[in-house]
Write a protein that binds this ligand. Structure first.
Ligand SMILES: Cc1cc2nc3c(=O)[nH]c(=O)nc-3n(C[C@H](O)[C@H](O)[C@H](O)COP(=O)(O)OP(=O)(O)OC[C@H]3O[C@@H](n4cnc5c(N)ncnc54)[C@H](O)[C@@H]3O)c2cc1C
Length: 263
């Protein structure tokens, strides 16, 4: 079974801070990690490989630092990794990101299953997995908690609902977006991490030309949405001291509540 896992390197915080002047993410001093849901996707892939054999290819689109995330993925058990890195990819919205990942997957070819995290903790849209499936014309199941059975033709998954689970059989090849399951993602092995550091490391870097996309289709130019301004919401509290006798202040307060339709 050949599996492609989509991973994203994200800041190790769910409280993303913005530079008020530029509107850009403040990345300085913030450690980066593999997006938590993606670790579960990777753990699912490694478990499947241990049972059914095959290869795991990890794919990410990101800056050169994303190499660290790929090395960690190799450490956890991935066989190969590909970093999509090119200035032309920058400024991509989720559409352009999914298109670029989709083109890279077509370039990789030969796969049975694509696993992605449900959601990235920085962008938080949960759009990339479903959009990649749509681009590739594949069936998709989101919120996958567990994979219960795999054959050469289909996969049976347990999908989480708000108040329970549903069991779904889905034909292969397919794309699944994964949520934290019963199994904790394994730690990378030092011997495998060393593999990722070797001169002949199983990590490739592909640019736009490698996946045969034009600059008009990717990055800022290929994005259907444009960010006009990014800002953090302002929380301003306005205080007012009421004066006078206690009963007068209470009457005043009740009148204010009524005025503002709070009571
Ligand atoms: C309107 C808009 C404009 C944007 N403009 C910019 C911009 O100008 N510059 C900029 O840097 N970013 C920009 N972004 C952010 C960028 O588009 C997203 O970070 C990216 O598309 C992933 O979306 P997400 O973080 O919501 O991932 P989600 O959809 O929440 O991620 C789900 C899963 O998809 C996979 N995945 C997500 N991203 C990647 C990736 N890069 N590689 C591999 N797998 C991945 C992972 O498995 C992840 O768990 C913009 C986003 C939007 C919505």
């Amino acid at each position: 079974m050949n599996i492609i896992v989509l991973i994203k390197q994200v800041p190790n915080t769910s409280e993303v801070k913005l530079d008020p002047k530029t509107g850009n993410l403040i990345r300085e001093g913030v450690e980066t990690i593999i997006n938590p849901d993606d670790l579960h996707a990777l753990e699912t892939a490694v478990t499947l490989k241990e049972t059914y054999g095959g290869t795991i290819t990890v794919l990410t689109m990101g800056p050169p630092q994303a190499m660290d995330a790929l090395s960690e993925a190799i450490g956890m058990g991935a066989d190969k990794a590909i970093l999509l890195s090119d200035r032309a990819f920058s400024g991509a919205d989720t559409w352009a990101t999914s298109y670029t990942l989709g083109k890279a997957i077509q370039h990789i070819g030969d796969y049975d299953l694509i696993l992605a995290g449900r959601q990235a903790i920085d962008g938080d849209t949960a759009q990339v997995g479903p959009q990649v499936a749509d681009f590739l014309g594949l069936p998709q199941v989101t919120y996958v908690f567990d994979i219960e059975a795999v054959t050469t033709d289909y996969v049976v998954v347990k999908r989480r609902l708000e108040d329970g689970y549903e069991r779904i059989q889905c034909s292969l090849p397919a794309l699944l977006t994964v949520i934290p399951g019963a199994k904790h993602p394994r730690y990378p092995l030092v011997s495998r991490l060393l593999l990722a550091c070797r001169e002949k490391a199983p990590i490739k870097i592909w640019n736009a030309a490698d996946i045969r996309v034009t600059t008009a289709e990717i990055g800022l130019d290929g994005s259907l949405t444009q960010v006009i301004r990014t800002f953090a919401p302002k929380f301003e509290r306005q205080g007012e001291f009421l004066e006078g006798s206690t009963s007068g202040m209470v009457q005043n307060l009740i009148a204010r509540f009524k005025e503002n339709k709070l009571i």
